[in-house]
Design a protein. Structure first.
Length: 116
């Protein structure tokens, strides 16, 4: 089992930056994919970015060029650097992990609010 704890959310003005971090514990050796999802009020949860154990990354079109996902295998952390934030980026951001056996884990979520 993998436990995930996010940190780094908050309130920022449009055009600003935030960095989210997620620390994994437990059976971290089994993690293949780590990702960030977000859910805005009244909307479905959506993938923001993911990164595989090999370092391959994937981004939602809406964040390409603004957000960067990175992973530290030694520290079992995944981070999301968010630049040029816009009000439409306001959401609860969730850390996600999927193991090589396809079991999944979610963090508790961290609020990101971007004011106009």
């Amino acid at each position: 089992q993998v436990q995930l704890v996010e940190s780094g959310g908050g309130l920022v003005q449009a055009g600003g930056s935030l960095r989210l971090s997620c620390a994994a514990s437990g059976s971290t050796f089994s993690i293949h994919l780590m990702a960030w999802y977000r859910q805005a009020p009244g909307k479905q949860r959506e993938l923001v970015a993911d990164i595989s154990s090999g370092g391959s990354t994937n981004y939602a079109d809406s964040v390409k060029g603004r957000f960067t996902i990175s992973r530290d295998g030694a520290k079992n952390t995944v981070s999301l650097q968010m630049n040029s934030l816009q009000p439409e980026d306001t959401a609860v951001y969730y850390c996600y992990a999927r193991s090589f056996t396809s079991s999944t884990s979610w963090g508790q979520g961290t609020q990101v609010t971007v004011s106009s």
